[in-house]
Design a protein around this ligand. Structure first.
Ligand code: UDX
Length: 469
């Protein structure tokens, strides 16, 4: 089929690369010439494992990129994959969506039926909004000339290639029969896993032949739009809950790792998203919880549980600072090394991460902060130009003369650090592992004073782990 993806950000570039790999002629349209040039040079405009491979393979074959909206004229399906940042009150800013709708409208072929798909995370009712903009600008009629469908994305950053080819579910919201048929055709190869043998050679993970096939779920547009927000808010609630349980475990002397394991064994709860952290962050959860909360308040149907999860999450960020402060007593003049600036591993995304909140607070209390991240330093620096931290080339450098090292992001690289050497470089070898990720018994054995979250590190010793020093 002939597909267009408007936007070459996290969602657009992954979606476009996937449809191109599945055999559809797919054109990415982005107003940013630099991003288009990057794509044309067969490179990914974002850091996402496996995406470079796909773009290199299909660019110029089935994948194309341009700043020009002309390809919309031939497209059977046009995906809107532009950003929806937050307004000051938490609601979604639809400026880019509206602009994309206007541009699409100016390039629709009146002789053909075009399906416009909202892939961006957009508030309930946005499909109707896009329809009315397209009608007004183009003079064409929805239902007879075009239809707007909601098809929310559920991609996790860092695993987006895996998620796009092996989704749990594909949610399609439409009230239009022709659109329903077109989109089902579009997803046919993905649902049947056609071409996977060839494509999987480009995956950054082994082909998942045993993974259950995706559920294809059709509903109306508003329900599809709601599914996206309700899913992300639910996941945020789940994490906030386990983080609160972790704080209580710490107070009462229980071990949150075993508690999470024990509750996750109940299939009604499930084991996923019960990993303790310094709080959730990133470009989706804060934005999506804020939007659904603001909407629920505006419409007099406040989501109290989501509100509590947001508050609890903010408390979790500050709890990390409190914990360091409790250990070091005063932070004035203390050196703190921070490992991890991205909201999770395998991404360079440092937008709205807990790191910025925690670091800001440490600095306000008088600490000198040195930071390291394998991928996220450039973006963090660009987004936080006024935050006076020392950017370090290695974790070792961040730990030099440190009174504390705090691990915020569980990058696998950090498992194989030369911890023994790091210990000797620090002024006092205290480490706070906010992900309960590092080999704590090993670290304790080599002389670190180790703390996790929700555990008493010394009370729950396990067999020593052999790690390269
Ligand atoms: C999320 C959704 O998972 C995805 O379906 C949606 O399309 C976009 O938003 P993403 O933001 O990429 O994806 O990251 P995710 O892996 O969900 O993690 C979000 C945050 O929660 C991260 O900060 C992560 O470290 C944290 N987290 C996750 C925890 O603290 N504990 C967990 O158990 C899981």
């Amino acid at each position: 089929m002939n597909v267009v993806c408007i936007g070459s950000g996290y969602v657009g570039s992954v979606t476009a690369a996937a449809f191109a790999a599945l055999g559809h002629k797919t054109t990415v349209i982005d107003i940013d010439q630099k991003k288009v040039d990057t794509l044309l040079a067969k490179k990914s405009p974002i850091y996402e494992p496996g995406l470079d491979n796909l773009i290199a393979e299909y660019m110029g074959q089935t994948l194309f990129a341009t700043t020009d909206y002309e390809p919309v004229r031939q497209a059977e399906v046009v995906f809107i994959c532009v950003g929806t940042p937050s307004n000051a009150d938490g609601s979604a800013d639809l400026t880019y969506i509206k602009k994309a709708a206007e541009n699409i409208a100016q390039h629709l072929d009146p002789k053909r039926f075009t399906v416009i798909v909202n892939k961006s995370t957009v508030p309930v009712g946005t499909a109707d909004l896009v329809s009315s903009i397209v009608e007004q600008v183009s003079g064409l009629r929805q239902e007879s000339h075009f239809a707007v469908v909601s098809n929310p994305e559920f991609l996790r950053e860092g695993y987006a290639v895996e998620d796009v080819f092996y989704p749990d579910r594909i949610v399609i919201g439409t009230n239009n029969e022709q659109a329903r048929y077109t989109i089902k055709m579009l997803y046919h190869n993905l649902l049947q896993r056609n071409h996977y043998e060839a494509i999987s050679k480009l995956f950054p993970f082994p082909e998942k032949t045993d993974a259950p096939k995706a559920t294809y779920f059709e509903t109306d547009t508003k329900s599809a739009e709601m599914i996206k927000y309700a899913s992300n808010a639910f996941l945020a609630v789940k994490i906030s809950y386990i983080n609160e349980v972790a704080r209580l475990c710490e107070t009462l002397g229980a071990n949150v790792l075993d508690v999470a394991k024990g509750i996750g064994m109940d299939s009604r709860i499930g084991e996923k998203f019960l990993q303790v952290s310094s709080g959730w962050s990133g470009s989706c959860f804060p934005k999506d919880t804020a939007e659904i909360l603001t909407t629920s308040q505006k419409y007099g149907s406040e989501l109290l549980v989501v509100k509590a999860a947001v508050e609890s999450n903010q408390k979790m960020h500050l709890y990390v600072v409190e914990k360091i402060q409790r250990r070091l007593k005063t932070l004035n003049g203390k050196n703190i090394g921070v490992l991890g600036l991205t909201f999770k591993p395998n991404t360079d995304d440092a937008r709205k991460t807990q790191a910025s909140i925690i670091i800001q607070q440490l600095i306000e209390l008088g600490a000198h902060v040195s930071v390291h991240d394998p991928q996220g330093m450039e973006m963090f620096r660009a987004l936080n130009p006024d935050v006076p931290v020392r950017y370090c080339e290695s974790p070792l450098q961040a730990a030099e003369l440190a009174d504390a090292v705090v691990l915020l992001t569980h990058w696998e690289d950090y498992l194989s650090l030369n911890w023994a050497l790091m210990q000797t470089k620090m002024r006092s070898p205290y480490i706070l592992d906010t992900r309960n990720f590092l080999p704590k018994d090993f670290l304790i054995d080599i002389g670190f004073s180790y703390e996790g979250l929700g555990i008493d590190a010394n009370a729950f010793r396990r067999e020593p782990i052999e790690l390269a020093r």
